[in-house]
Design a protein around this ligand. Sequence first.
Ligand code: RUQ
Ligand code: CUA
Length: 623
Amino acid sequence: MKNWIPAATGLVAGALAATVFFADFSSGPSGSATNENANKTNAEKVYVPYGEHDDYYMLSSGGHSGQLFVYGVPSMRKLRTVPVFTPDPATGYGFDDATKKMLGGFTWGDFHHPAISETDAEYDGKFVFANDVANNRIAAVDLKTFHTADIMSMPNMGGPHAGTFVTQNTEYIVMPTRFSRPLGGDYASLDQFEEKYKGIVSMVKFDQETKKFDLGYQIMLPPWSYDLSDAGKKVSGDWIVMTTYNTEFATTNLEINASQNDRDYIVLLNWKELEKKVADGQYEEINGAKVIDPTKVKGSIYAIPVAKSPHGVDFTPDGTRFIASGKLAPLMTIFSFEKAMEAVKNEDFTDEKFGIPVLPYDKVMEREVDPPGALGPLHTQYDDKGNAYNTMFISSEVIKWKIDTGEIIDRTPIHYSPGHSSAAEGDTASPDGNWLVSLNKIAKDAFLSVGPSHPESMELIDISNDKMELVYTNPVDPEPHYAQIIKADKIKTIPIYEKDEKRPNSVWSQEDTRIERKGNEVHVYGIAMRSKFIFDAKSKRPDELTVKQGDKVFIHLTNIDLDQDITHGFGIMDYNLNYEVQPGQTNTLEFTADKAGTFPIYCTNFCSALHQEMSGYLLVEPK
Ligand code: RUQ
Ligand code: CUA
């Protein structure tokens, strides 16, 4: 996002900086008497006293940190970083055996768009899905534990930027690709772009019982770039819409060359019909994926022209319309789902692209909304009163407008360059209409300097009245893309991992602890408890682990403290290893003892008054 029309962005943001209105964060009762915030100062609106909790969780993209950031709303306090695509020594993620396997050797990922699982087009609070634009992966985080449950790599993709979003009952998690690419990432000259390069959409299944992904099917699309997309709701529940750019097939200098056409396309497709076609065998198997090719399999996929280089499209809460925003055209375009269906039924097509019929713009478009002076509309969110909210990247503002009439109701300056915004329950069938958070790419000098790169920011806006009110600005880590805000009581975390005697490698009593040797493999079945490690209770020193240089060591550790929040860590000096076991959890650390010597082991997570005593030794006898 940052690199599109940088000169213009700088100019406009610079000009705004000189004239902005600054929110008064300290004083003044605000709003009408229609809501509970009515007589509160801005400071009071965000203040959550000790012992009380926020009303909402905000699950936010951590961008190229690869992580999920969890905030409370309205306090905007950061509650946790959940490691997803990147190792995290603070929690041992990517160090223990299971999470190391899940990461598959990658040490970074680029997480853009969280998608909470849905039931009947409402967030159900069970899982949140994430995309890795950099390495073609999809992840699921279990919201019972806030632990990453599964990661899957998808073949044939070129950066699933336009995901993740879910169909209304989480039948599929949808991942459209950003870069067209030869299938399988094979070599093909850029001179053969139009013939050899393909756009791919992955339709991914997730089994909530086994907590495992499975690639349902893929759709092969023209070599365009796909941008932020959405699934329908209710009447439109079987459909998906995606914006496209670079329908020019530019292969270099996209800034100029992918901005030539006045119109790009929205791709509209029926995932349920396509699912049936796959079941009928109308697909080709390519690199392990079932791929539908619209030049061979007709129907179910259509294109609608849209103002140039759009960046996103979102269904309205009732599912009857979808709104696209054009980053190079200063307008929001409302399309009618019903009219699109009429054109499909009457085969009212103006053209065909790569086997995909094009619907007539004038007949499917309902209204263009062009707020004077507004530049760079990106994404749309909603409230409970029929209003839409658009972030304006270039003119640094949020615009509130009426979906039915296109009437502009209010505008508020943002500091600066918002990408997405996120409203409370904002892309469900029933948004709450009280809070909107703007996710800003640039904060300039709003905070104490931390050097040449400044913090990004999020701004909390009270949207419960006609006039929006900017309440609070919060510095955040790179990089806020999208976030979803869900009612706190929908998320049901577990206090501890339940004791499960059948769990492989788990040990629940001191007598059962042991060290077993099989050839050059050493298996420790140990426990962590306040305030000691026990590898073998029968040994002279139960917290000593002696192995031979070159041994393969497996430390299976169970935390038998079945008390909330009593997490133990396990760090080994000079071995670059640290993992953790949460209450009731069993984890395995696997490594080769290739360095001979004496290496202290200690609990890295402060757990008791005698935490400092929770230690041991790894002794590696030289060969
Ligand atoms: S896209 S800032 Cu990565 Cu969400 Cu529009
Ligand atoms: Cu266990 Cu500190």
